[in-house]
Ligand binder design. Structure first.
Ligand code: ADP
Ligand code: MG
Length: 400
C-alpha cells in the first residue's frame, strides 16, 4: 500500500466528514476503508467464459470514512463531486442527481437482500482511481463500501462475498454486465503480486511479480467507449453459441474455458464465422494466461511480453474489440526499445493499454506516445506507472 497516498485521501475524507456531518468528529469515532482499482495484465474477455484472468490491484484507490447512525438514514458525501446524497434504508432508490451514489446504494440493497442487517450510516468518499478509464474505479467504490459496512456492522464478509456482492450491485443496480474480476482483485489483491484467478471456481493464487527492472505502464487513450456495451453483449452471445456448439460434441464442455486448443483445432472448421474466431480468442487467451503466469513467476519478462503482444493481436483480429486508438498506442509503445510487450486492457473500444517496460525506457515510451498519438487522433493521452497494491482493507486513521 502506498501509505502516503492513502493517508492523504483519508485526511481529505475526515476533513470533509467534519465539515459536512460533525465538526467534533475525531479519529476514534470514525472508521476508514480503502479499496484499489486494477489493471488486467493478461486474460481479456475470459471471465464470463469461466476462464482465467491475471490482473493486479493498482496503487490508486477509493477511500471512505464513516460511522454508524442511530437511525436508518444513509448520508453520503462525495469529495470528488462535492455532492451529498441521502436515502433511507427502507426506501433505497437511485439519486438521479448523484449517479456516483448508485454504487453505494446498490451495495446496500444487495446486502439487505442477502439478509444482512444494516443500520444507518454517514460517510465521506474520496478517490484517485481515474474514473471511467477502464481502471475499475467503480469496483474500487463498491468494494470500499463493502469493506466499510463490513467493519461498521460486523457482517463477517469474506473475500468471495465482497467480490460477489460488489459485482451483483453493479449488475443489478448500475446495470453493467461486468464479470467478477474487478471486484475480486480489488478485494483480494496483494502488494507486489499479480492475482491469478479461476473465474469458475474463484480459486486464486497470488503470483509474485518478479519485475526486477521492469515497470507496468498504463496508457489511457482517452477514447470514449461508445460501442462498448452493445459489442460486449454481442460477444457474450457469440461465446454462448460457441460453448453450445462444443457442448454438443464434447460432453464435458460447459463453457469455452473447457475447450482445449486441441479440441478447438479438431472442430473449428465446422464453426460459422465470426463465432469461430471469437472462440479461438477465448481458447488461446486462457492458454496465454496459464503460460503468462508461469513466465512471470520464473521472471521471464520477454516471454510474458510476447504473450501480451499475442493477446493484443487476438483481441484485435479474432475478438474485434480493439479500436484505432488502442491499436495505435500499442503500436507506438511496441516500437520503443525496452518494451517487453503491450496490449489493450479492459473491455475494449477505448480505455487503456498496458505495457511492460524496462525502467530506463519509461520516459521514452511516454515521449513517443505524446509525440505521435495526439496528432493522429486529436486526443490527449494519459500515461501512468502503477505498482501492484494491496487489496481492500481498513485504514488505521491514527497511524495513517
Ligand atoms: P471505471 O470503472 O472504468 O472507472 P465506470 O463507468 O465503471 O468506469 O465507473 C465510474 C463511476 O464510478 C464514476 O462515474 C462514478 O459514478 C463512480 N466513482 C468512481 N470513483 C469515484 C469517487 N472517487 N467518488 C465518487 N464516485 C466514484
Ligand atoms: Mg467500472
Amino acid at each position: 500500500m502506498d501509505q502516503e497516498r492513502t493517508a492523504r485521501l483519508a485526511a481529505r475524507c475526515v476533513e470533509a466528514f467534519q465539515r459536512r456531518f460533525d465538526p467534533g468528529a475525531t479519529f476514534d469515532g470514525l472508521t476508514a476503508a480503502r479499496a484499489p482499482g486494477r489493471v488486467n495484465l493478461i486474460g481479456e474477455h475470459t471471465d464470463y467464459n469461466d476462464g482465467f484472468v491475471f490482473p493486479m490491484a493498482i496503487d490508486r484507490e477509493v477511500v471512505m470514512v464513516g460511522r454508524r447512525r442511530a437511525d436508518d438514514t444513509v448520508r453520503l458525501y462525495s469529495v470528488d463531486y462535492d455532492q451529498e446524497s441521502v436515502f433511507e434504508l427502507s426506501r433505497v432508490e437511485p439519486d438521479l442527481g448523484a449517479r456516483w451514489s448508485d454504487y453505494v446504494w446498490g451495495v446496500v440493497q444487495v446486502l439487505q437482500e442477502a439478509g444482512f442487517r444494516l443500520g444507518g450510516f454517514e460517510a465521506a468518499i474520496a478517490g484517485d482511481v481515474p474514473r471511467g478509464a477502464g481502471l475499475s474505479s467503480s469496483a474500487a467504490l463498491e468494494v470500499s463500501v463493502l469493506t466499510l459496512l463490513d467493519a461498521l456492522f460486523d457482517l463477517g464478509l469474506d473475500l468471495v462475498q465482497k467480490a460477489r456482492y460488489g459485482q451483483r450491485a453493479e449488475n443489478q443496480f448500475v446495470g453493467v454486465a461486468c464479470g467478477i474480476m474487478d471486484q475480486f482483485v480489488s478485494a483480494a489483491g496483494k502488494a507486489g503480486h499479480g492475482l491469478f484467478l479461476d473465474c469458475r471456481s474463484l480459486d486464486y493464487q497470488h503470483v509474485p511479480l518478479h519485475l526486477e527492472d521492469a515497470r507496468v505502464l498504463v496508457i489511457d487513450t482517452r477514447k470514449s467507449r461508445e460501442l462498448a456495451d452493445s459489442a460486449y453483449n454481442a460477444r457474450r452471445q457469440e461465446c454462448q453459441e460457441g460453448a453450445a456448439f462444443f457442448a454438443r460434441r464434447i460432453p464435458e464442455v460447459r463453457a469455452l474455458r473447457d475447450v482445449t486448443p486441441e479440441a478447438f483445432a479438431a472442430y473449428e472448421a465446422e464453426l460459422p464465422e465470426p463465432v469461430r474466431r471469437r472462440c479461438r480468442h477465448v481458447v488461446t487467451e486462457c492458454q496465454r494466461v496459464l503460460d503468462g503466469v508461469k513466465a512471470l513467476a520464473a521472471g521471464d519478462l520477454e516471454a510474458f511480453g510476447r504473450l501480451m503482444n499475442a493477446s493484443h493481436a487476438s483481441l484485435r483480429d479474432d475478438y474485434e474489440v480493439s479500436c484505432r486508438e488502442l491499436d495505435l498506442v500499442v503500436e507506438i509503445a511496441s516500437g520503443v526499445e525496452g518494451v517487453y510487450g503491450a496490449r489493450m486492457t479492459g473491455a475494449g473500444f477505448g480505455g487503456c493499454a498496458v505495457a511492460l517496460v524496462h525502467k530506463e525506457c519509461v520516459e521514452a515510451v511516454r515521449q513517443a506516445v505524446c509525440r505521435r498519438y495526439p496528432g493522429e487522433t486529436g486526443l490527449t493521452p494519459e500515461v501512468y506507472e502503477f505498482t501492484a497494491a494491496e487489496g481492500a482493507g481498513i485504514i488505521d486513521l491514527a497511524g495513517a
